[in-house]
Design a protein around this ligand. Structure first.
Ligand code: CA2
Length: 165
């Protein structure tokens, strides 16, 4: 199973500024930790961070046919980007949106996520641990999707055999 971890604008600044909001962990440290727990669960991760909306859209489009799910923190674009919401909808993959801070406890403009409606679920306010929760839930969802696809395939094969005989 392969998952893309996509990080939006300014997340490359984690641990460097605004530690009172986002904590002391750098993005590199977070990715190293995430990689370790993914490895334990036989999940392959691919990491991507960009400050540019179009690059994030391109990356999401690339996920079609290359990964089984997307773990994304669209950061400030969560509150503004119809382009990212549409890209997430277009690839039609399981998506978990993560926010380090609790966006509902913050300024009014952060309390609405446009991208969230294209996600399977949202995790917000658990700090960097939210990425681990996101990974766990996403791998569970992907396993369920794969099991359903397998069951459908078998049922169709059975039906075809029955129709032929
Ligand atoms: O809580 C989150 O994860 C956010 O997605 C983080 C975004 C913010 O715009 C969202 O409203 C909530 C900000 C990303 C990190 O921004 C930094 C800015 C300066 C220093 C460190 C991080």
């Amino acid at each position: 199973m392969k998952i893309a971890v996509i990080q939006g604008p300014n997340l490359n600044m984690l641990g460097i500024r605004e530690q009172h909001i986002y904590g002391p962990m750098t993005l590199e440290q977070l990715h190293t930790q995430l990689q370790a727990s993914a490895k334990e669960n036989n999940v392959e991760l691919e990491f991507f961070q960009s400050n540019l909306e179009g690059e994030l859209v391109d990356k999401i489009q690339e996920c079609l046919g290359t990964v089984n799910g997307i773990l994304i923190n669209p950061a400030a674009y969560s509150h503004t980007s119809i382009a990212i919401k549409d890209a997430l909808g277009a690839v039609n993959l399981p998506v978990v949106e993560v926010h380090i801070s609790n966006i509902y406890k913050r300024e009014e403009f952060r309390q609405k996520s446009i991208t969230a409606s294209a996600s399977t679920g949202v995790i917000t306010g658990f700090g960097p641990f939210g990425y681990h929760l996101g990974l766990l839930s996403l791998s569970q969802i992907i396993s369920e999707v794969q099991a359903n696809q397998e069951a459908n395939k078998k049922a169709n094969e059975k039906l075809e055999k029955e129709q032929k005989s």
